[in-house]
Design a protein around this ligand. Structure first.
Ligand code: AMP
Length: 273
């Protein structure tokens, strides 16, 4: 009886990674309650089996209990959308936002080239994100094939409905947007991170985003061509004497709740300077 009571109060980190013939296919992470653990595990399994790029040939599910007092928290970013005419304009918009955050042209070129060519190796997506020095453009992740996989983060159950309501107003009430926002919120909680850039590796999903603490989460309506199966994430960092391994430990292992409801700005067209 006592054991059951302890379990009811517990949270679990739930992580899924799937691959198809040795290559990254999909992943998902969350923090779930004891009551929802079984249902959420099945939902993640279902995702791996029904991905648009194919049915996974290998699926790893990790479940790990978390002590509630070890979970840190931080705010969800503001949301806005920049409407662009084509990929070239979308990438110019992303470049301008990154420049606003002080990311060097060299670091931006490196990120965009590697995202477009395959971040793990030519033609191959990473399972995690690239870590790029915002000044020098140097890749810093210890394993450039795997990258840094951000995990152990979620919205608190009590805030989920409100966040989905806000996303509905924004025309983006989709699981992928919620998950990207949660990931971006945790990434921006790391002081060494200057900005994030992402475009999906799902061939049908061409909207990407930029995120920073000052400008928030900015969706850019087109960052790649439809049908393109290469994509990824980049975290631009300015370590300034901070220890890289501590940043990686925080991103990969620190349990994190994302709190609040995002403030939403109306979409705006991009105007090249
Ligand atoms: P997605 O937005 O799920 O299409 O993912 C696009 C790319 O972002 C993937 O190919 C990975 O390189 C990267 N990615 C996805 N999930 C994570 C994560 N939890 N942490 C770091 N990078 C990720």
């Amino acid at each position: 009886m006592i054991i059951f009571a302890v379990m009811i109060d517990s949270f679990y980190s739930l992580r899924m990674h799937s691959s198809l013939k040795g290559q990254h296919l999909s992943g998902a992470e969350g923090i779930v309650s004891f009551e929802s653990l079984e249902g959420e595990t099945l939902a993640m399994l279902h995702r791996a089996l029904t991905h648009e790029r194919g049915c996974a040939t290998r699926i790893a599910l990790h479940v790990e209990s978390l002590a509630p007092q070890d979970i840190l928290e931080g705010p969800i970013p503001e949301l806005s959308t920049i409407e662009v005419d084509d990929v070239a304009q979308g990438r110019r918009a992303a470049r301008a936002l990154l420049r606003q955050e002080g990311v060097s042209p060299r670091a931006i070129d490196r990120a965009m080239q590697d995202l477009a060519a395959g971040a793990a190796s030519p033609g191959v997506n990473m399972r995690g994100a690239m870590l790029i020095d915002a000044a020098t453009g140097q890749r810093l992740e210890p394993d450039p094939c795997r990258g840094i996989r951000v995990s152990r983060m979620d919205l608190r159950a009590s805030g989920k409905a409100l966040v989905f309501e806000a996303l509905k107003q924004f025309g983006a009430a989709r699981l992928r947007v919620k998950e990207a926002l949660v990931l971006a919120a945790k990434v921006q909680a790391a002081p060494a991170v200057v900005a994030e850039l992402c475009w999906s590796d799902d061939p049908s999903y061409v909207t990407g985003y930029f995120c920073s603490r000052t400008l928030g989460y900015v969706r850019i309506t087109r960052l790649k061509e439809p049908g393109e199966a290469l994509g990824g994430r980049v975290f631009f960092v300015n370590l300034q004497g901070r220890v890289k391994e501590e940043l990686i430990e925080f991103l990969q292992r620190q349990p994190f709740w994302v709190t609040g409801v995002p403030r939403i700005h109306p979409p705006r067209p991009w105007r090249d300077e």
